[in-house]
Every structure is written in structure tokens, then in C-alpha cells.
Design a protein around this ligand. Structure first.
Ligand code: ATP
Length: 367
């Protein structure tokens, strides 16, 4: 349930620390009230800077930040009703779980009894009741994270800002805590803005994924949209799971371009309403899990299927699927994810010549 106050709008947001380089460069974005939004991008792309500007720990060089329709630029952090949860959790080592959480309410002028009552209600929400009297050092990493989350949420912020909240945890706990974060976010109904450089984390959690590159937003939208229809090569490669191919247009007809004529079948790419002429360079993506490997033969390829003759250069068992590396169109990083049962019905080996095939309509044109 959303609070009605957590709608965020960033308009022309810029930040330069040295007056020259733009750490954040003209960011425009709307985040729905009660949404789980993940900023995703490599180190140094400006994610944390945006978070710090929303929280009020950093002033923008230009632009507006609206929370619940109100421009908060220039407001003190506490007036913004945002809360931040840090990577290191920043818990007070000498305070118990209850006192760590209640501490956040000190500035509110509540009595100790009132603070403890509110803290206990929050402790129950994050399922830490039996640990209320322990010190942070007596908790696991996941439990410490829940304390940090409770401490941030108890002030009833409109927006909760999380900077790499899972990076201190080991892999198994990270996956478990992802679900905890999502549950907490749904329970609290607060807008969450979570910064990460891990694509699986963003995809698993976010209602809205925002992919960043050097201070710019490259693409923002629902996780599935960004993953399945990346706008350009950068997004496709950052999100992963795609083969990105560059080719020259040979002919155009019926809304498709023929980009290569290998021995088996012309490779066609749907043009999605865009226009190209012979000789134009295009880039397109084909999902690794859309590739079906076939043995070469007269009936190997169904209609409306692209087929690329390729040689197997590597095979990696991954459990539920097998990763097959292929040398196709002169590239060595063309990859097929073959479901493991399918793979073992007719396993391919390094050196085999196979056809990498995919439904023509599944090729996705990039900008
Ligand atoms: P990371 O994932 O490593 O935290 P990030 O995407 O969050 O990276 P930011 O921390 O926002 O990136 O940094 C964006 C750019 O701004 C970087 O080039 C960084 O060096 C620079 N920067 C960040 N903070 C400061 C600062 N206080 N003074 C000067 N430059 C800074």
C-alpha cells in the first residue's frame, strides 16, 4: 500500500564535483509512489550521487528533485522525510537492536517508553523479536541488515534509499535477503530506491530498473522490458543474456532487413517500423536462451527461422542449462543457453559444426 507521498521526479538533474566533469548529467526520471526502483550501472556511473542528492547529503549543480510533488532542493535532509540505509549498515556497536532502532526516533521528542514501543513493533515486522536485546556483533550479516532497515523505516520516510544494501553479504544470504527486502517494501508501502551494480539483483527486485552509464540514464522501465528489449548495445551487454551482433543491411523487404547470407539461410532482422537502406550498419540482439542448436541437414531449419553456421568452441555445464560457446559470423562470443535435458539428448562437443537457429521475430533491433 503506497503512502501517496513517495512519488519522485528528477528533472534536468546534474552534479559536478569539480565544475568540469559531470558525475550526473541531465537526469530526467519519474518514479511511482510505492515503487521498488533499482539504479543499475558500473562503478562510477553516478548512482550513489543521485541517491545522495535525493537524501539531501549532496546539492545538485542544476535541476530539480520533487518528492510528493514538492521541490526538495535546498531542504535539510531531515525535512525531506527520506531515510538512507548504508552498505555498512552503520549500526551503533554499543547499542542493542532495540536501542539502535529506537535511536532514530530521538529527534522526534518522544518519551523513551514511546520510542521503545515503536521500536518493538518495527522489530516484530522485521522478525527480530528474539534478538531485541542483542548487540550488533552478536547478529549475522542478514540480521544486521534487518536492523539497519528497521532503523531507516521507523521514521516513516516517504522514500527509503538503499546504497548497495546486499553487497556485504555472501551469495546465499544475498539471495535470501533480496526476498526480505521485497517483502518489507511491500509491507511498508514505501518507495524504495536501491542502488546496485548487480544486474540479477535489479531484475529480481525492481518494478522499475534504471540503467546508467557515465552520468546518463540509458534506459528506464519495468525489469522485463529492459531485459527483453534493451535499447542499445550498452544495455544489452550490461543486462546480459544477449548476443549482440553488428551487420550491414543487404536488402530490405516486408519490414525485415537481410543482413547476412551465410550458406544455410539469409539472416533477417525485423525492423520494428524503422527504415534502413542497403549498406546501413545495424546492431541487433538475440537472446542466448532463444538459440536452438541443430545438426546441419536438409530439413534442419523451419520457416521464419534464422540459421547461422557455427563451430562449438566451448561447453560449460551450468546445472539447469548448458552454456555453449560458438564461433559465428567471425565472433567467438556467440553463446547459446541450451536446457540441460535438451542438451544431453544430443550433446555437442568442441569442434562440432552446428546451426545456431532462432525465430526471426525474436531478433531485436538495437539503437
Ligand atoms: P559506485 O558503484 O562505485 O559507488 P556510483 O555509480 O555510485 O559508483 P558515484 O559514487 O555516484 O558513482 O560517482 C560518480 C562520479 O563522481 C565518479 O566519477 C566519482 O569519482 C565522482 N565522485 C563521487 N563523489 C565525489 C566527491 N565527493 N568528490 C569528487 N568526485 C566525486
Amino acid at each position: 500500500m503506497a503512502t501517496g507521498q513517495g512519488h519522485i521526479e528528477l528533472a534536468g538533474l546534474c552534479k559536478s564535483y569539480d565544475g568540469v566533469t559531470m558525475a550526473v548529467d541531465g537526469v530526467n526520471l519519474k518514479i511511482e509512489d510505492g515503487a521498488y526502483c533499482c539504479f543499475l550501472g558500473p562503478s562510477g556511473c553516478g548512482k550513489t550521487t543521485i541517491l545522495r542528492m535525493i537524501a539531501g547529503h549532496e546539492d545538485p549543480s542544476a535541476g530539480e528533485i520533487l518528492i510528493g510533488g514538492e521541490n526538495v532542493v535546498g531542504m535539510a535532509p531531515v525535512e525531506r522525510r527520506t531515510a538512507m540505509m548504508f552498505q555498512s549498515y552503520a549500526l551503533f556497536p554499543h547499542l542493542t537492536v532495540r536501542d539502535n532502532i529506537a535511536f532514530a526516533l530521538r529527534v522526534r521528542g518522544l518519551s523513551k517508553a514511546e520510542r521503545n514501543k515503536a521500536a518493538d513493533a518495527m522489530i516484530e515486522k522485521v522478525r527480530l523479536t528474539e534478538f531485541a536485546d542483542r548487540l550488533p556483533a552478536q547478529l549475522s550479516g542478514g540480521q544486521q541488515q534487518r536492523v539497519a532497515l528497521a532503523r531507516a523505516a521507523i521514521t516513516q520516510p516517504r522514500v527509503l534509499l538503499l546504497d548497495e544494501p546486499l553487497s556485504a553479504l555472501d551469495e546465499q544470504l544475498r539471495v535470501q535477503m533480496r526476498q526480505e527486502l521485497l517483502r518489507m517494501q511491500r509491507d511498508l508501502g514505501i518507495t524504495f530506491i536501491h542502488v546496485t551494480h548487480t544486474q540479477m539483483e535489479a531484475i529480481a527486485l525492481a518494478d522499475m530498473v534504471v540503467v546508467m552509464d557515465r552520468g546518463h540514464i540509458k534506459q528506464a522501465g519495468p525489469a522485463r522490458e529492459v531485459y527483453a528489449t534493451p535499447r542499445d548495445r550498452y544495455v544489452a551487454e550490461f543486462l546480459g543474456g544477449q548476443n549482440v551482433l553488428a551487420a550491414k543491411v543487404r536488402t530490405v523487404a516486408g519490414g525485415r532487413a537481410v543482413v547476412a547470407s551465410p550458406t544455410v539461410r539469409e539472416i533477417e532482422v525485423p525492423l520494428a517500423g524503422r527504415s534502413f537502406s542497403a549498406g546501413d550498419a545495424i546492431e541487433f540482439a538475440v537472446r542466448r536462451d532463444d538459440i536452438v542448436l541443430k545438426r546441419p541437414g536438409p530439413d534442419a531449419v523451419a520457416p521464419d527461422t534464422a540459421a547461422l553456421s557455427s563451430r562449438v568452441t566451448g561447453v560449460e555445464y551450468q546445472g539447469s542449462f548448458v552454456k555453449v560457446m560458438l564461433d559465428a559470423l567471425g565472433r567467438e562470443d556467440f553463446i547459446a543457453y541450451v536446457p540441460e535435458r535438451t542438451f544431453f539428448r544430443d550433446p555437442v562437443a568442441i569442434g562440432d559444426v552446428v546451426l545456431a537457429t532462432w525465430p526471426v521475430e525474436h531478433a531485436h533491433l538495437l539503437a
